[in-house]
Design a protein around this ligand. Structure first.
Ligand SMILES: [Zn+2]
Length: 417
């Protein structure tokens, strides 16, 4: 009996940690002041196994910023010595990654089915897309916009009261596999739409006059991989001729300043842009859907984590969109609305100045397609969690995010073009 119990516990643990243990791994937060500091980190990245958490890659580090990266246990002494020798101010954001990974499942209830306040594995989310559509036929319909590299259906939920020629807002989640709070938010949005339609004035008006396209998980293969094999996997799971390295960064795979800056041509890198723009089936499916529905899609929002930012085009260059002033005002107000609930502070601005020039992500691409209101939301990390935000914080994070999105949606509704 005892042996059985032990076996069951081990099975549960490996299901949660994908066979990795993260014992002794650390996440550092380093203050970077100047180009010398950036060079130190660049050298470190070339000699040790550094996994950049914020910003996404070594090429996006800018002076006077903080950089978060994960270090394998065997490289910690080296990294600490280099940081000390070069007088880089730093702190240990996560002192033992194992504890944080275990703590992400900290919600008291461990129901077996779908839950809006838990992280759900893909099979559960997939079943949920079917169920929520079946149970709410007047508000939700489900379609498949393509398949992933490994052949899984990519689902899209259309949420809104039936009507002819309705304008639409497109929201996607789950580009980067390890950013688990992102899919959790897409599910939360659908829940709130269904739960408060007809009783809450703002949601009711939005759903009466607009359709919301909700894409719960784009990078499904990667998401599954973070549950089964590698919790901090980021990319897709595609293979590449001539390389044993797997995956492309789906947000570096759009035809917007493709692979010019802030992305890598090396398939082994976390920001690999792919062999060509839209080479990834997931990216292509998303781009095709948006291209085919450009007459109705008036806003595009893509949900990531964890930098607490609301950014808008452009990221791929220091240039500003034609309605930059409007986007800035809108972002400022949306961020204020978000903070009104729990005081969570977001920065906002054009991607290039807020982060650093990067190969255009999906928001830049959508904007270049003519979608005037295109944003990337990097959801919160209050505390020292990185991508392993505890389940107990899903509700608060989703609630405040919903406020910002409702604000943007209402604005878009008032400024239809
Ligand atoms: Zn991301």
């Amino acid at each position: 009996m005892l042996a059985l119990l032990v076996l069951a516990t081990v099975a549960l643990a490996s299901a949660h940690h994908g066979g990795e243990h993260f014992e002794g791994e650390k996440v550092f937060r380093v203050n970077v002041e100047d180009e010398n500091h950036i060079n130190v980190i660049r050298n470190l990245a070339s000699t040790t196994q550094i996994d950049f958490w914020k910003p996404d890659s070594v090429t996006q580090i800018k002076p006077h910023s903080t950089v978060d990266f994960r270090v394998k246990a065997e490289d910690i002494v080296t990294v600490e010595n280099v940081l000390k020798q070069n007088e880089l101010q730093h702190e240990v954001l996560i002192s033992n990654l194992r504890n944080v990974v275990e703590a992400q499942f900290d919600s008291r209830v461990r129901a077996t089915g779908h839950s809006y306040v838990k992280y759900n594995k893909w099979e559960t989310i997939e079943a949920w897309t079917q169920q929520v559509a079946t149970e709410n036929p007047a508000l939700i319909s489900r379609s498949v916009i393509g398949t992933t590299f490994e052949g899984r259906d990519i689902y899209l939920l259309k949420v809104g009261k039936a009507g002819q020629n309705k304008p639409a807002i497109f929201i996607d989640c789950g580009f980067h596999a390890r950013e688990w709070i992102s899919p959790a938010f897409c599910q939360w949005f659908v829940r709130e739409a269904v739960r408060t339609y007809g009783s809450e004035i703002q949601i009711t008006e939005l759903l009466n006059k607009l359709d919301f396209y909700i894409l719960p998980v784009l990078n499904i293969d990667g998401y599954i991989y973070t549950w089964t094999k590698s919790r901090f996997w980021r990319k897709t799971r595609s293979t590449h001729a001539g390389s044993s390295c797997i995956g492309t960064d789906p947000n570096r795979n759009f035809d917007a300043g493709w692979c010019k800056i802030g992305a890598s041509r090396n398939p082994c890198d976390e920001t690999y842009c792919g062999p060509a723009a839209e080479s990834e089936k997931e990216t292509k499916a998303l781009a095709d859907f948006i291209r085919n529905n450009l007459s109705s899609i008036k806003a595009y929002l893509t949900i990531h984590s964890y930098s607490q930012m609301l950014i808008y085009p452009y990221s791929y260059a220091y240039k500003l969109g034609e309605n930059n002033v409007e986007l800035n005002t809108l972002a400022k107000a949306a961020v204020k609305e978000l903070a009104s609930l729990h005081g969570t502070k977001y920065t906002y601005g054009p991607g290039a100045t807020t982060i650093y020039p990067a190969a255009g992500g999906s928001d830049d691409w959508a904007y270049d397609q003519g979608i005037r209101y295109s944003f990337t939301l990097e959801l919160r990390d209050t505390g020292r969690y990185g991508f392993a935000l505890p389940e107990s914080q899903i509700r608060a994070t989703c609630e405040e995010t919903l406020l910002a999105i409702k604000y943007i949606a209402s604005y878009v509704l008032e400024h239809l073009y």
